[in-house]
Design a protein. Structure first.
Length: 391
């Protein structure tokens, strides 16, 4: 799949990165190279493709890296990029659908044999009863049962469900249906449809983030999962989230964002439930220790990027000199001590005015700014309002 992908790009620098992957996979003495070097080499290809704004190609190698790193099954990657494997999977789904239909026919035949005058209502009641009876299924002590193959088990672990898509139907249900579908497709604006789908996906992503923030026990990893590949939430200045998260041995970035000028912006994520985000030790409000520790961590990242700028620029094509950072931490709803959301915002505003390269914001600020940006994007394209469950 890597060799086939190499023929799909015209960018010389991307091909060079792919050649590095193939060299590792070939290995010295003909042995197959793997492990962390292979994962990093695949991530380098994805990042180089992002620099050329080839998002689909970058996603391909991000998935390759996911398999090499153990987070994706090979079957999943093959389904996307191996036509033969995809055909086999589709044939398997067709057989499963046919098997289910045959079982349904057998049930109906048994019903008609017992009751020749059975009606559609009788059939409906029969299948409804079968569906309800599944609550009483259990595992017996005998040797009978169903054994899943390792391949099927992987599908269940990875997807949890199966989607069936009907293709190449011989004819529409009615002539009227055909005419209506033809009219819709003739008037459809592909660009508008794509924008509406993107807006819908962004709404769903924002709702997921809000739900995780509102859960007091949510971890940093849960918040990171909601924000992965959602660079739009941080504003329109960023082209994409970079595939590579580590540029020096001592730094692993939460979310590295690429600016339009090719420079780096670092997003450092902390928990939303920070009770001492803002404190009042002697009458005056100030940031608590968790915020100061997060800012110090971001400062160390930026210092490391400055010191290794030439190496990073030469190897990855990312300019890290004078990179900037955003620390996302806390939410006013969790701050204790009778400190209002307005006071939290004013304290952070005062703190940020004295910072040059690092900005500290709360998840409330992040959600509000993303909601406003989404509302502006939706204006004139989608009449559905943006719902805020906190309103």
């Amino acid at each position: 799949m890597v060799k086939e992908a190499r023929e799909l790009t015209e960018h010389a620098t991307v091909r060079e990165r792919i050649d590095a992957v193939l060299h590792i996979m070939g290995g010295p003495g003909g042995t197959y190279g793997k492990g962390r070097p292979l994962v990093e080499a695949l991530e380098d290809v994805a990042q180089e493709a992002l620099l050329h704004e080839d998002i689909a190609f970058a996603q391909r190698f991000q998935r390759f890296a996911g398999y090499a790193g153990g987070s994706l099954f090979l079957d999943t990657v093959e389904y996307y990029y191996d036509e033969g494997a995809r055909r086999r999977s589709e044939e398997y789904m067709r057989r499963m659908a046919a098997l289910g239909a045959e079982r349904a026919v057998a049930v109906l035949e048994a019903l008609c044999a017992d009751n020749p005058d059975a009606s559609a209502a009788d059939a409906h009641a029969l299948f409804r009863g079968i569906a309800r009876s599944t609550d009483h299924l259990g595992i017996g002590s005998g040797e009978g049962g169903i054994q899943l193959s390792t391949r099927d088990l992987k599908y269940l672990q990875r997807h949890g469900h199966m989607e069936l898509v009907l293709r190449n139907l011989p004819r529409p249900a009615t002539a009227e249906t055909a005419r209506m579908m033809s009219d819709v497709l003739a008037d459809a604006d592909a660009g508008m449809l794509a924008q509406l789908l993107e807006l819908k996906a962004r709404r769903a992503g924002l709702a997921s983030l809000r739900a995780v923030v509102d859960h007091s026990d949510s971890s940093e990893s849960a918040l990171h999962a909601c924000l992965k590949n959602q660079e739009w939430i941080f504003g329109g200045a960023y082209v994409a989230e970079l595939a590579r998260r580590q540029y020096t041995p001592e730094t692993i970035l939460d979310i590295p964002l690429l600016r339009g000028d090719g420079s780096l912006h670092v997003v450092e994520l902390k928990r939303a439930n920070i009770q001492d985000l803002v404190i009042r030790p002697s009458g005056h409000l100030m940031l608590g220790a968790p915020a100061h520790r997060a800012v110090s961590q971001a400062q160390n990242y930026l210092r490391a990027m400055d010191e290794n700028r030439q190496t990073i620029l030469a190897r990855y094509g990312i300019d890290t000199r004078r990179a900037s950072a955003t620390v996302v931490i806390g939410h006013p709803q969790y701050v204790r001590g009778s400190i209002t959301p307005q006071e939290v915002a004013e304290t952070l505003r005062t703190y940020n005015t004295h910072m040059a390269r690092i900005e500290v914001i709360t998840y409330e600020t992040l959600l509000e700014s993303a909601s406003r940006m989404l509302a502006l994007s939706s204006a004139g394209q989608d009449p559905t309002p943006i719902e805020d469950p906190t309103a």
